[in-house]
Design a binder for this molecule. Structure first.
Ligand code: HSE
Length: 304
């Protein structure tokens, strides 16, 4: 019996001012495998790693991996192939690092490896965006690098640029749970015009500064008016952690996705210091946390 194995990168959505459109892939991975069984009439699962206990307790029929696989078989107009799925979760779940997107994209790739006429990455992105509701995690999970994605009715326009190799990422994952649904519910219906205009200029500066390797601009370009000011209230000591990262040499820091992970953009020489400094803020306030020193992933989801 064959087993297909894929790895899907963690992603950091929004990148400060690029709410619901910018996202970058990081070199931390969830791994999914699938062994088709011609006698099986449903998907069965083995879960390992972060959140395995919770996933084991959930209804397997609602699992995103199998649901994503079904979408590929349906789009390819081929019968569903059931079998056994293994999920190895190395990305902390529900913390703003795109863990649920990895399950969607992992399922898409597993099924796509089995259909006679595989879908293109662009077609997989349309399905993933439909499932996730916004493209800024699923696009970099599929394509790697930095993605700028806009979902339209029947397609997703997505551009991909390389992240400068000199740019590293200090990440702190505090033991603070913030569901994306709740983190979206605290956002305002309206923002002042001047703040919206500033976001356009910062998002544009962010992308062009990466293209031109002018990384010191990130100290301004990462500032956001659309979600960070509102979501900061859900993450204790968020501002202190941002300041600690900057004092340790980071260009700037922001909330990763909908939080509670914080991500500092920093050069290689300062990445460990920035991660330690952010972690120390939470530790000093009695909040457990994990820190990571990461780089961009340039490959996206792939069969391994
Ligand atoms: N853009 C989405 C949000 C990403 O910030 O709500 C969720 O991970």
């Amino acid at each position: 019996m064959i087993t297909i194995r894929v790895q899907v990168p963690a992603t950091s959505a929004n990148c400060g001012p690029g709410f619901d459109c910018l996202g970058l892939a990081l070199n931390l991975y969830n791994i999914f495998s699938f062994t088709p069984d011609p006698n099986a009439t449903e998907y069965t699962y083995t879960f390992e790693g972060f959140g395995a206990d919770i996933l084991r307790a959930e209804d397997p029929k609602k699992n995103l991996i199998g649901f994503a696989m079904d979408q590929v078989f349906a789009t390819a107009q081929e019968p569903i192939q059931y079998g056994h799925i293994t999920s190895e979760t190395l990305i902390p779940p529900s913390r703003g690092l795109g863990s649920s997107s990895t399950a969607i994209v992992g399922g898409l790739l597993l099924a796509n490896a089995l259909v006679k006429q595989p879908l293109t990455k662009e077609e997989l992105l349309v399905i993933a965006n439909r499932m996730e509701g916004h493209p800024d995690n699923v696009a970099p999970a599929i394509f790697g690098n930095l993605c700028c994605a806009t979902g339209l009715k029947t397609k997703v326009l997505n551009t991909v640029i390389s992240v400068p190799s000199e740019l590293h990422f200090a990440v702190v994952v505090p033991e603070v749970m913030v569901s994306t649904e709740y983190a979206r519910s605290v956002l305002p219906n309206h923002v002042p015009f001047k703040e919206a205009v500033q976001n356009v200029s910062h998002a544009s500066l962010f992308v062009t500064s990466l293209i031109t390797h002018q990384l010191s601009n990130l100290s301004v370009a990462l500032d956001d008016n659309l979600h960070v000011p509102y979501r900061k209230t859900l993450i204790p000591h968020c501002d202190a952690a941002f300041e600690a990262a900057k004092a340790a040499g980071a260009y700037g820091a922001t909330i990763s996705g909908s939080g509670s992970t914080l991500i500092a953009y920093v050069d290689k020489a300062h990445v460990q210091d920035a991660a330690d400094a952010m972690g120390a803020v939470f530790t000093a306030n009695g909040i457990e946390n994990k820190t990571y020193c990461l780089e961009a992933d340039s490959t996206g989801a792939s069969i391994i």
